[in-house]
Design a protein around this ligand. Structure first.
Ligand code: ZN
Length: 707
């Protein structure tokens, strides 16, 4: 993204975020979820970091909270209501901790303070601030913009779990979360359905909507609940300080005191000594959060010691001594960089969005399905659009919404092709009856061999003699193609964990293993690379011949190679399309047919683009190091193999010969130096005897290579 584009994007994002914020905080009518808001804000923050001078003076990243509603009495909070910074993964948590430790160590007064963390469940509700005078509830307020909130005393009084009188006569400002149970949401929605009223989407919105009502009867009719978790201010009206009324020194003591005072305090909390323990707590809640009757959107981590808390203090926006460790969003925003057609096993053409890679539900994805033409039209999805993608559970990521306000006018409409992008056959649109009520249509390639041929190409590409990617067997290749994740060679190197995880047979571990194998395969020797491309009449031997010719006497006189020339994919994509048939046949051993086929393959712009993409994704042609740096024992010797060998596999022995500088030929002639003969040799054995070529067995071969 250049600076001009960034400028436009920053403006658009700021506008959209402000709009959402207003709807969410002021009107209580969010038409997008928190997750989308977070996602857009994150992008804006990243852009602002990259282009600091483009940051708008009133950027929404600089604000907290929302304006209080006019219709309510305003309340100035006794203590400013901060909100914690968010972290989304372990590495961000680590960074936060490093900063904390550094600051603590710099402060000698904190030398004897123990650095411990208390983890609490982050409730997805509405923050409320409760004021008590002499133990009596006098006022409850919403957070508002952090400084000024709305007076919601009457509504808050309807919440049974909030004590109107505390167990001790204290002056207190406490902070908590008001929430609505999932049960209660269901009950309310049932009633609304009967009365033909629109249903509520989530309980957080109902809780917020109920507290921010002028008529307390509404709040009373909805059984709201609460958890209280913080003391902002406390003063005892007792004569002597006793054990009972000591001012809490830690967050844990605060929670215990709140319980004693009569508040409902969430029991799910844990004192952790280090971030590994925090991570464990977080992971366990990530798995069980949906089982609770209240919404949970993360874990709040606070430094336990009040002394350290106070010493670390606040940044302009948030406390340094705590963070909110959010659970991964299942909906995020990203940009559609391209839309490509996937031909599935049944011949169905599925449009697939190629995305700017984005983390969703905890892992990165790069593809999302657009289902079919009708769905593209329904959402009006275009290339370049900012979209919401959803990945829930084991479902393949899909595009669910287009954020049209973020368009710049540069977006391109997508048209379904009229011919199959793979085989060129005409395609047909057919109505299909998915569920009985809904009909949708799909477009099919009627060439029955289309999918199978493509699949063979990919299987060849990843096979042992090619990229040698462990774990990419036929069934997996078929699955990846069918789901629209892989349609050409370079797609393999774009796969992410998040792409793989929702697939059947892919546990987290096997996804990791496959990605590791793919990563490892990226360094490949030239012969294997050329073989993998599956060019007709250019098999293993041809690939080796070409690779060798490049190293020694490249057949093209037009090209001047510098001495230290190192072959790379980018040389290849520049040079190979220029090589004509005659040039190719100049390489000893390359015949007419292979040459024609090579010219055709490298003459295809589409093929070259795939190669360029592979290079971009880190695929690299390498020389085999060991073979380069020592004396080669079989330099300039050519072998022919026949019969079964006992201590080597066929491919293993070929590898050894080549690593040692030798060559393997498939036919016997007088130019051959050795015929290596195993058990049950074929006709090559006879021919070798006839021509008087030297015949050796396995043991002699081992001596040659000094095994
Ligand atoms: Zn086709």
């Amino acid at each position: 993204m250049d600076k001009n584009q960034a400028k436009i994007r920053i403006e658009k994002l700021s506008q959209e975020i402000n709009k959402i914020r207003y709807q969410y905080h002021v009107l209580d009518k969010p038409d997008v979820t928190d997750e989308i808001y977070d996602s857009l804000t994150k992008e804006l923050r990243e852009l602002e970091e990259k282009f600091p001078d483009l940051k708008l003076p009133d950027s929404p990243t600089q604000r907290i909270g929302g304006k209080p509603l006019e219709k309510f009495q305003k309340v100035k909070h006794r203590v400013r209501q901060w909100s914690f910074d968010d972290v989304f993964d372990f590495s961000e948590l680590e960074k936060w901790e490093e900063k904390i430790v550094r600051m603590k160590e710099r402060d000698v007064s904190l030398k004897n303070e123990k650095l411990e963390y208390i983890c609490e469940i982050k409730i997805d509700g509405l923050k409320i601030i409760l004021n008590y005078k002499n133990g009596i509830f006098v006022q409850g307020a919403t957070r508002g913009d952090g400084l000024i909130g709305e007076d919601a005393t009457k509504n808050i009084k309807t919440i049974y779990s909030i004590p109107l009188k505390l167990n001790f006569p204290v002056d207190l400002t406490a902070v908590g979360e008001c929430w609505l149970s999932k049960h209660e949401l269901e009950r309310i929605n049932k009633t609304r359905k009967k009365q033909n009223e629109p249903l509520f989407a989530n309980s957080r919105n109902v809780a917020a909507g109920s507290i921010r009502q002028l008529d307390p009867k509404v709040a009373a009719s909805r059984k709201l609940d609460s958890f209280v978790y913080d003391i902002d201010h406390i003063a005892y009206n007792m004569k002597h300080e006793t054990k009972e009324n000591r001012i809490p020194q830690t967050q844990l003591e605060e929670l215990e005191l709140l319980e004693k005072l009569g508040f409902k305090v969430n029991q799910e909390r844990k004192l952790c000594k280090n971030i590994e323990e925090i991570q464990k707590f977080y992971e366990s809640w990530k798995n069980r959060k949906d089982k609770e009757d209240y919404g949970i959107d993360g874990v709040v981590i606070k430094i336990n010691s009040r002394v350290i808390q106070e010493a670390l203090g606040y940044t302009g926006k948030s406390p340094r001594w705590g963070v909110a460790y959010k659970f991964p969003a299942e909906k995020v925003t990203t940009i559609i960089e391209d839309i490509k057609i996937q031909v599935g096993r049944t011949g169905a053409l599925t449009p697939v969005a190629h995305l700017r890679p984005v983390v969703v539900a905890g892992s990165t994805v790069s593809r999302a399905t657009l289902h079919n033409e009708d769905e593209i039209n329904r959402l009006d999805t275009r290339i370049g659009d900012t979209v919401v993608i959803r990945k829930a559970g084991d479902v393949i990521p899909e595009v669910v919404e287009v954020l049209k306000n973020l368009r710049t006018g540069e977006e391109k409409k997508f048209k379904m092709p009229t011919v199959c992008p793979i085989c060129g056959s005409a395609v047909q649109r057919e109505e299909i009856n998915e569920k009985k009520k809904e009909t949708s249509s799909a477009t099919y390639c009627k060439n029955k061999k289309c999918f199978a041929q493509e699949k063979e190409k990919i299987i060849h590409f990843v096979s042992k003699k090619g990229f040698n990617i462990d774990g990419l067997g036929e069934r997996i290749v078929e699955q990846l193609m069918n789901e629209g994740l892989v349609s050409n060679f370079s797609d393999i190197f774009e796969l992410t964990k998040g792409d793989l995880e929702p697939l059947e047979r892919f546990a987290e571990k096997s996804a990791e293993n496959l990605l590791f194998a793919i990563e490892k395969s990226k360094k490949i020797t030239l012969p294997k690379f050329l073989f993998a491309l599956g060019i007709r009449h250019a098999g293993e031997e041809t690939a080796v011949l070409i690779a060798k010719a490049i190293k020694t006497e490249f057949p093209i006189s037009n090209f001047q190679f510098p001495n230290n020339f190192q072959f790379s994919i980018s040389n290849l994509t520049k040079i190979f399309p220029e090589i004509n048939k005659e040039n190719w046949t100049n390489i000893k051993g390359i015949g007419e047919k292979s040459a024609e086929s090579l010219v055709e393959w490298f003459g295809s712009q589409e093929n070259i683009e795939i190669l360029e993409k592979m290079a971009e994704l880190g695929v690299e042609i390498v020389v085999e190091k060991e073979a380069e740096n020592r004396d080669k024992k079989l330099e300039n010797l050519t072998f022919v193999l026949t019969g079964e060998l006992q201590s080597f596999t066929r491919d293993g022995v070929k590898d050894i010969i080549r690593k040692e500088g030798g060559d393997v030929s498939s036919s016997v002639s007088r130019k051959i130096d050795y015929v290596l003969v195993g058990e049950n040799p074929g006709s090559k054995f006879g021919k070798a005897k006839e021509l008087g070529v030297k015949i050796i067995g396995e043991e002699e071969f081992k001596k040659l290579i000094k095994l």
